[in-house]
Ligand binder design. Structure first.
Ligand code: NAD
Length: 354
């Protein structure tokens, strides 16, 4: 039994959660003094972006629907040019982590207030973290400048999130909470939030995979995603996030799917040395072996379970292992290149986590 020692800080953010909460957007924009909002979306969610513009009425200045995965800086520059052209005084993002990343990139450059409306479970909306890509290199920073002022979670907007993306995005969220549980700066508050976040998602994902329009399951999943996102925003991540970052950057693998595949393998490695985290995760997933349980959950719900199926060449295992150890990274269990190569070869092949 160890004696606790921690520093706990909370982050300022205003969160509206419920069904139909999007209707509160005009009032929320007004609270922040936004009179000419630039609305952001991906090309695929442009219709939802236009609906948000309509909802804002005269306070909607226009839509930029060019958000892309991994927040390329050239896209952010184009969006900032739109901000200047329209004289926008705030940004409103509707979408997943990619669109919210663009809002953050604009806030970093302009200090404009943000209202974000998440439609996946990635959790970026409650973190002061921004990862930007330039010349193929993704650089991540933490700054309160990028933390959105207001988050509107509307369960209705997630009903149409395709099941495959719902499952991988949910597992991506679980990864934030799982790594938070063994972060050097984890506090009792973060540990409770993490455990509850994992419990909510593990319970909700099978229900929503079965019945994607189940409002209660969707609500539980979105609440879980929020809780897991809070963990990501409050404490440092470890080996799992590092590996996903390397794999995403080097092999252009899709974000949420990569998290789904890798998480059980890193947990099998790390949980051996962090009994408190293992116990909490075991309680949350309802299984004595949380790594195995998460691997089985992914497989049962049709999520990818191998890096090979995501298109990574087997030769990439050695390259990724070398890159992952090139810069020091905090992790509860020390590792050398061979350990990483073993974890990655299991993840590549999709074998059981061990
Ligand atoms: P995404 O935002 O790229 O969304 C994937 C696709 O699904 C997009 O085409 C999007 O338009 C579509 N989509 C989103 N919601 C939908 C809905 N409800 N219905 C139908 N289609 C929908 O994916 P993501 O996994 O949410 O985000 C990934 C990105 O977010 C990565 O770049 C990652 O690095 C970043 N991220 C950042 C943080 C952070 O704290 N900075 C946290 C998590 C993720």
């Amino acid at each position: 039994m160890s004696v606790g020692r921690f520093i706990h800080e909370t982050l300022p953010s205003r969160v509206l959660f419920g069904v139909g909460t999007l209707g509160g957007l005009p009032e929320e924009a007004e609270r922040l003094g936004i009179k000419r909002a630039l609305v952001l979306s991906t090309p695929g969610q442009a219709e939802q972006g236009l609906a948000v513009c309509d909802l804002l009425g005269v306070n909607g200045a226009g839509l930029f629907s060019g958000a892309r995965m991994h927040t390329p800086t050239d896209v952010s520059e184009q969006a900032c040019a739109r901000v200047r052209e329209l004289g926008a005084d705030g940004v409103i993002a509707i979408g997943g982590g990619s669109t919210i990343g663009l809002a953050k990139a604009i806030a970093l450059r302009t200090d404009l207030p943000q209202v974000v409306i998440p439609t996946t479970y990635a959790g970026s909306e409650v973190t002061p973290i921004l990862g930007e890509t330039e010349n193929g290199l993704k650089v991540t920073r933490r700054s309160l400048k990028v933390l959105p002022e207001t988050v509107i979670y509307d369960v209705e907007l997630t009903l149409g999130l395709p099941v495959a993306l719902s499952v991988t995005s949910g597992l991506n969220a679980i990864a934030h909470a799982a790594e938070a549980l063994y972060a050097p700066n984890v506090s009792p508050v973060v540990a409770m939030i993490a455990e509850e976040g994992v419990r909510a998602l593990v319970g909700a994902l099978p229900r929503l995979a079965n019945d994607p329009a189940n409002v209660v399951a969707r609500s539980d999943a979105l609440e879980g995603a929020w809780l897991c996102g809070i963990c990501l925003g409050l404490v440092g991540m470890a080996l799992h996030h590092k590996l996903c970052h390397v794999l995403g950057g080097t092999f252009d693998l899709p974000h949420a799917e990569t998290h789904s595949v890798v998480l059980p393998h890193v947990l099998a490695y790390n949980l051996e040395v962090v009994p408190d985290a293992r116990n909490r995760l075991a309680r949350a997933v309802g299984h004595a072996d949380p790594a195995l349980a998460l691997h089985q959950l992914a497989a049962r719900l049709g999520a990818p379970t191998s890096l090979a199926s995501l298109g990574m060449p087997e030769s990439g295992v050695a390259d990724a292992a070398r890159l992952a150890v090139a810069t020091p990274y905090p992790n509860p269990r020390p590792f050398v290149e061979d350990d990483i190569a073993r974890i990655l070869s299991h993840a590549w092949a999709g074998s059981l986590p061990s």
